[in-house]
Write a protein that binds this ligand. Sequence first.
Ligand code: DON
Length: 590
Amino acid sequence: MRQTLSRLFPCAVAGLFLSVTNLLLCGSLTAQQALTPYSYSSPKKALVTHGAVVSAHPLASQVGVSILQQGGNAFDAAIATQLALAVVYPVAGNIGGGGFMVAHLAKNAATQSKSAAADPNSREIALDFREKAPASATRDMYLDAAGNPVAGLSENGHLASGIPGTIAGIFAELKYAKLPFAKLIQPAIDLAENGFVITAEEARNLNSAQGAFKNFNTVQPVFVKAVDWKKGDTLVQKDLAKTLRLIRNNGAKGFYEGETARLILEEMRRGKGIITAADLQGYHAVVRNPAVFSYKNYSIVTMPLPSSGGVVLQQMLKMVEDQPLAADGFESVKTIHLMTEVERLAYADRAQYLGDRDFYAVPVDTLVSPAYIHSRLAQIPARAGKSRDIKAGVLSPASEETTHLDVIDAKGNAVSITTTLNGGFGNKVVVGGAGFFLNNEMDDFSIKPGVPNMYGAVGTEANSIVPGKRMLSSMSPTIVLDKGKVYLVVGTPGGTTITTSVFQTLVDILDFGLSTDDAVNLPKFHHQWLPDVIYVEPGLSIAVQDSLKVMGYTVAQRGSIGRTEVIKVLPDQHIEAVADSRGDDAAVGY
Ligand code: DON
């Protein structure tokens, strides 16, 4: 029996029969989750019965699970995890950036939250806390007098920053939560005040950005160090702890007004940035209708514009829905050919048509209509397509550092959040005296038609800079429902590779029947129309790569693609949470 059980639940059984260490390694704890800032590992898998959190950092996942264990729901845990990530994962976790949440409220969950105002009728929620262009931003602000892009201006330094949205997002999430905010933010305050030991990966991240930190800061931040950072060093962030206490005491005003706002404005003045007091005070997160569509027998719930994720993922999944993917085989030449061509078509439309719908009329309904999907599918050639031959469809008139977290609770509420500073450590500027990095999200706008951004994405008018507009994103926090109940919670960082990674992860599980671990960890590939290249991770079969080249594809190997986190609800209602092995990511549950 032990063998059968262990095949079904390797982690749980290891925990039952072996030692406490194994229990920890499996990410499953029975006692209340204790925070261990000075000694921790990165459990990659949790097989549990109550709830789970997967995030880019073990301490943040621990914080989230401890909140669930104290009676919090998935929203409480997500808020606490997000705030902890802002401390322990400064490369991408943030309060100076923005992001998106997609969530599912389990039946009767509205009565579990403390506010009936949190739209009790809405079971699927999309929350947009994406940064916005400041009021004095202009269309050509990153171009020189001759109309050419000034290298790096939209990527580094004060001018690269959009108005931060994360704290407004967290207070919008709080409407669905149960516990007092002070309880949710306290672990982050403690981690910032007392410090935590950093991992080898974090030491590498911090070391690689030392030059940029020195160049772009007006006040020396704690991240600058005379000797290299190394694994096991303690990172203490007193200024950040002070800012978090202001937020604890004053709510969103503790960030957008008062002392923190004053420090942001002083930082802007010192670095010739353009964010004003009115920009900060005027920022609001927006509850949007999520993109919801069927794929086979499942319902996919994902982020609408200003994320391109909703439209692009729907186009890609709908193009492959009736294709014999499973028969063609996982990562076979035939499958990669089809998925690449589908990606090429969807990303050509992304470049042409997608942007913030509050500012630009995006023909979403046409782009995802069955007739249009059908006509695009008909354009796929038998051999390698060429991006120069593929343009956006003709419509009839009518990173890399972001971070993702998944949470599920015992009631079946699920939260999927992708949040970012855009590049690693954002614009590299730490707000003097306030201790947090600002984003460089302005680079996600199309700074000039046809000029690629840092992820190689091109755009047009739809994604041009306009004051108050949100820059187009690829972040695609996603939930898959099976008969109205949560089946999968999925997401990843990775710039433009985000949507193709979510696409790949979904077909890996839903079509190829891959295990969650394999769907997360096996090599990924990516095509985005321009450049006309299939990027593949090391480990993707060389024979398959060679055959694709013979078909006419350019194939290029690159570093890791994304950090995919997945929670899956098994038929017996056990929760399987899997963290990506490409980083320190950790799956914890109880
Ligand atoms: O919103 C976007 O699409 C980008 N700013 C995301 C950046 C990102 O994922 C970087 N990470 N690896």
